[in-house]
Design a protein around this ligand. Structure first.
Ligand code: BTN
Length: 239
């Protein structure tokens, strides 16, 4: 495993994508400060500054297991909840891969694929975790409910220590995950899901749908019961 530590960068995901061809499989890119972080669905990932985690995994998994690529974000969300458990925190997962503590988002995950022409070059799995922030700062940066680990534990968090734990935990079972895919994490993932069995409203490609979050398929998709029928959703944003 290679590790690259950057003092300041626009986005660790962009850095990984730009350098995909020259970096090895399983390179971890970490930045102390990230000035133009990107989130899911073209959103911005707010820069909470030094002391927070901005990390990307650069991965070149075999094409033979490509059906498991999309579930890597869910694998990482499970790994994150394991790491948070070591800090005494019971975190939940909001489908597909946000990590929450008492309804406040503490971490977000963004996966991006890199192609040269039609040839698959690799994947970038980026994760941002709010580790050290003040209540005031969080309320200024967004109107959404977010939280940070220092506020939840009452202690300042050592960012490097958290990163080491996350990386070690991620690679400990990464090969098992690649071989088996979502089934490897399904029971852990489902046991940590928020909203399962509840009525939800979900935005899918700009359209809102309401229904009951029935279950998760063997591929990690969301089964929504609405108007007497089941829709299987691969993407979406629970509101
Ligand atoms: C989301 O919840 O919308 C996903 C946020 C992902 C943020 C991380 S921070 C490190 C990496 N670099 C980026 O530009 N984005 C991801």
């Amino acid at each position: 495993m290679d590790k690259i530590l950057l003092r300041e960068i626009d986005s660790t995901n962009s850095y990984a994508k730009k350098n995909m061809e020259i970096l090895h499989d399983r390179t971890v890119i970490l930045a102390e400060v990230q000035t133009a972080g990107r989130g899911r669905l073209n959103r911005v990932w707010v820069n909470l500054g030094k002391g927070n985690l901005f990390l990307s995994f650069l991965l070149k998994p075999p094409v033979a297991v490509r059906e498991h690529y999309t579930n890597l974000t869910q694998y990482l969300s499970v790994v994150l909840t394991d790491v948070l458990a070591d800090y005494g925190i019971e975190a939940k997962i909001k489908w597909p891969n946000d990590v929450l503590i008492k309804d406040g988002k503490i971490a977000g995950i963004l996966s991006e694929s890199v192609f040269k022409g039609t040839k698959f070059k690799g994947l970038v799995l980026g994760v941002g975790v709010n580790l050290n922030a003040s209540k005031n700062m969080l309320s200024l940066v967004t109107d959404k409910k977010i939280t940070s680990l220092n506020l939840e534990t009452g202690n300042k968090i050592d960012c490097n220590h958290f990163a080491d734990k996350l990386v070690e935990r991620f690679f400990r079972t990464y090969d098992n995950f690649l071989n088996s895919g979502f089934s490897f994490i399904k029971s852990a993932y489902c046991s940590r899901l928020s909203n399962l069995g509840c009525e939800i409203e979900i935005n899918v490609n700009g359209q809102n749908m309401k229904g009951i979050f029935k279950s998760v398929t063997d591929k990690g998709e969301l089964e929504l019961l609405h108007d007497g029928q089941i829709s299987i959703l691969r993407i979406g944003d629970i509101l």
